[in-house]
Every structure is written in C-alpha cells, then in structure tokens.
Ligand binder design. Sequence first.
Ligand SMILES: Cc1cc2nc3c(=O)[nH]c(=O)nc-3n(C[C@H](O)[C@H](O)[C@H](O)COP(=O)(O)O)c2cc1C
Length: 109
Amino acid sequence: MLDYTGVDGIMIGRASLGNPWIFREIIEFINSGNSVPKPSPKEKITTMLKHLDFEIQDKGEKLAVLEMRKHFGWYMKNMPDAAKIRKWINEIESKEELVKLIKEYFSNL
Ligand SMILES: Cc1cc2nc3c(=O)[nH]c(=O)nc-3n(C[C@H](O)[C@H](O)[C@H](O)COP(=O)(O)O)c2cc1C
C-alpha cells in the first residue's frame, strides 16, 4: 500500500494480536528490506509474562487472567499442541496457575 498508493500510514489491528513483533518486522522491512527472525521461545514467553503483569497492574488479577486467556491463545497460534494448551488456558482462573502452565509448556519445547 505504501508503494502502490503512497499513503502516509497504515493501520495494523488483528495481525498484532499475539504477535506484537509485527511492528519491528515491518519497520525493519521498510528501512532495510530485510526480514527479522521470528521471536525465540524465550523472547515469546518473556513477552507473554510481561503482558500478563501489565494487564494485572491495569485490571487486577481476576479480570486480567480472564482477558489474558484469549491473548495467550493468540500467542500460541501455530505452536505445537496449541489447541490442547488453549483448552487448558481457558479453564485457568489464577495468575499462579497460568504462569505455571506456560512455563511448563515452554520448558518442554
Ligand atoms: C488490537 C487492535 C487495536 C486497535 N487500535 C486502534 C487504535 O488505537 N486506533 C484506531 O484508530 N484503530 C485501532 N484499531 C482498528 C484497526 O487498526 C483498524 O480498524 C484497521 O483498519 C483494521 O486492520 P486489521 O485488518 O489489521 O485488523 C485497532 C484494532 C485492533 C484489532
């Protein structure tokens, strides 16, 4: 769109859900034409846990955990056993359980 129509900006919505790295990927591509490697599992879990903490600071644990179920589901997209993990995530009600599940999952990758 930038090349074809010369627009001043583009909006990115759904593609950022579970993939906040899309912004650095686009910036790098615009600036250098290079692709940025996908985030490593370590970077992914670090971001997920940080996202959870921000959400808890903002909304309190109960609501944050409920809202993070869907975000964690998006982060898990295309990962091994995603459907099974998503089902477990959707039954979780506390930060402690959620963090435990995610850490166990990533340590077994
Ligand atoms: C997570 C998310 C955040 C968004 N934030 C904004 C925003 O801050 N301002 C705005 O005008 N639109 C916002 N939108 C709307 C989209 O940017 C806009 O509708 C866009 O055209 C949809 O693009 P998409 O096909 O990538 O979802 C947001 C949408 C999503 C899903």
